[in-house]
Design a protein around this ligand. Sequence first.
Ligand SMILES: Nc1ncnc2c1ncn2[C@@H]1O[C@H](COP(=O)(O)OP(=O)(O)OP(=O)(O)O)[C@@H](O)[C@H]1O
Length: 928
Amino acid sequence: MPIDPAPPSRQNEPPPTRGQTNSKSIPMIAFFRRKFCLILATNGDQSVSKPDQSVTPMMAQFLAIKEEYPSALLFYRMGDFYELFFDDAVAAAQALDITLTKRGKHQGADIPMCGVPVHAAEGYLLNLIRKGFRVAVCEQLENPKEAKKRGAKSVVKRGVVRLVTPGTLTEDTLLQPRQSNFLATFVQVRNQSCLAWVDISTGDMRYSPCPPVRLGPELARLAPAEVLVAEGALDETLEIINEAGAAATELPQEVFDSTAGVEKICKAYGVGDLSGLGEFSRADVAAVSGLIEYLSTTQKGQLPLLRRPVCEARDDFVAIDAATRKNLELTQTLAGERSGSLLSVVDRSVTAAGARLLSRRITTPSQRLAAIEERASAVEFFCGQSGLRGAVRTALKQLPDVERALGRVALERSGPRDLLALGNGIAQAAQVHALLAEQELPPLLKNAADDLKGFEALSDELDRALVAEPPLLARDGGFVATGYSAELDEMTALRDEARSVIARMQADYAGQSEISSLKIKHNNVLGYFIETTATHSQRMMTAPLNDVFIHRQTTANAVRFTTVELGELETKILNAAGRATGLELEVFAGLCAQVLDHAAALQALAVSIAEIDVAAALSELAMAEGWVRPVLNDSRDFIIEQGRHPVVEAAIKAQAETVFVANDCQLTSTNDMIWLLTGPNMAGKSTFLRQNALIALLAQAGSFVPAARAEIGIVSQIFSRVGAADDLARGRSTFMVEMVETAAILNQADDRALVILDEIGRGTSTYDGLSIAWATLEHLHDVNRCRALFATHYHELTQLTAKLTHVDNATVTVREYQGDVVFLHEVKKGAADRSYGVQVAKLAGLPQSVLERAKVVLEALERGEREGHSKQKALIDDLPLFSAVAMSAPAPSAQSELEEVLNGVQPDSLSPKEALDLIYQLKSKLKT
Ligand SMILES: Nc1ncnc2c1ncn2[C@@H]1O[C@H](COP(=O)(O)OP(=O)(O)OP(=O)(O)O)[C@@H](O)[C@H]1O
């Protein structure tokens, strides 16, 4: 929608908004900002030239502020609008599709300008952030009256109150409710390196030692919105960061100084000694403190409510590389859609925080047996209690996003609705607690339930204080409930009912003075006054009434008085509106302070809500879909009975055409560690491979699994090489991508890994491909010694089971019926003899002539193979080279002849006899 570029309201600049700069931090911020903005400038500079002498004071102010934020679009507050000038205006007008206009001149040229209304700014902000811009929000820091005191031409003080970047969003409108929004940083200090990340909307802060080779997989796991790196490090990281879909931000080295970092972290967490927070290497300190510094700068000194940093040790979680994540379609499909991903099928959570936690569990399955068992026990508890589960889920459904509302309160970016959300959240949480309190709970649920209580006082306070439907912004007023503050009630009453208050007072005075004609009136000179006729005035000027009534003016017809009470009332009325707003803001600040007094406990409550939601949701899923609790242990076995692929099964169910055929899989360290899977195309090999990888992943995410029974020795890594596409952007062909991914598996898989490999070597010539597949299988067996499922169309490989003791053959069965192939989708021990490729091609609709020709060639090749290499060559030579071309064109079918005849018919001109003849003619053609 085009924006009116010159609204009249801009002429009268209103008072400043909330969220003014924290004056204590200004020197540090300004110092730091200059440094890193110089670097930001290299990353898409939107700078403008220096001011000249002819610029207006306002434009001079704009240019001075803009100079400090060269890489960000400057949203310059003017009244009810944020205005953008120069290149910022050109870029924003194009990105937002709003009108570009001009305002004044600079160095003789028009100044391009565009603007967005303040009340709709969030939407525009989101749009710009999504398009890769950063936005510096510059507010008025005083009201125009204050500015005028310094001189008629003074410009209202302005300053940037926030630098909005993709990783530092907090508003609900700018965030996806069911997804975390991470800001990450990767830091290398000598031979150490660390990846740290934070979701400022929830305060979740984590770090993990991360060698450079792990950066890609880790970013693929976290999918951060923005990654910070030190000056000079972008060369080696930019490609990886871009691949993860994140924005890269380069900052000065000093931001990541590990010596100064210790103090920064201690200060942010209010501890005297870093050891109180855990173990940190120098790289860890550099990374965590770098994040803190960046947050402090972008939020103008106002730190979010950070949780204690948690160290994620690498072997706490199943390692899954980026290609595997993509192939297994964990959170999105290969086409980039959420629908059709594993997460979309398993997510039955009813709260946003629950959805975020479940996403984390799926993307980061655990390797810790105890943690997994704890989570699975929580799921199992709810499986046995369907009534309770339903009640808990119903109560949870009403819960607002406590975590994010709390985050906004801490950043002083909240509104009355956030407080209401917190109040409702606490009250709902108490209900969930009440439901669970009487139960014999497993430890995880017991601890979670305990976190939900103890907020009665805060809940009462918020309940008493807030109206049912408060406005979004505190400055709009009208959100404090009647009865909460006597003074506020009085102010609002005065403001809203000034007339009736005056009328009541007039009646009181008339009674007191026994002058029924006494009136309270108002004029601009005297303000409020009491008026009576000259006849009655004498009484009011003598005792005892002259104690109360004070003479102010005598006119020809009347005498005017005031009282102390009326004077006070007048002041009150005059100030009532302003005072009411002020009092509401005080109440708001007081409530925020009370909420923040409970910050740690409220964060624990939010985390526990998510835990309970995930357990109940996974249990709901398990009961609805017939999933079972897996048995996890320290063995290296992988035994699945009647396993199913959750996503394919759901898709088949939705079509209601067939049923999913469940299959067993048995990999054991003592017997077969590797299954070599052969079978026709379209039989279900890929599905089988993926379903087993997903079952392992779900089990270690703490979920039940789609199987009749599952016994899984903890898996340390999951690797999948399934299908591939070109990666032309990185100059890699399909085959190259396949080989790079295979190399990663062979180089990294340990003996606890679960590897699925689908048709290795198919991207090259038959013999090259076969040799690579052969050697890969041997390497997995002899060197990696991991559990693996290996699907192939190279039937020659099935012979390897004789040589490799821990490899067995399995096949997906089909039945041939009248030359066609019927897929049974059953996996059985044994080897397939052929691939039925030609039959599948027929199903796909290849022309009959091509199919016939393919059959002839296949037969010749197979005969040749049976009879030896030289014979095969002779047979191929025998095949007429151009036979396909030479073959006569397919005879036109009876159908097309019929069509021809019918096309020539003019139905309206046919007599009944001709029509009957036509039918006979058509019938006879059909026969021939
Ligand atoms: N167990 C099953 N039960 C029912 N249908 C299945 C099963 N497995 C696979 N299918 C169906 O068969 C289709 C093909 O499966 P899949 O892609 O796994 O075959 P494939 O053997 O890997 O084929 P290709 O060798 O051609 O890649 C799936 O899209 C699914 O609809």
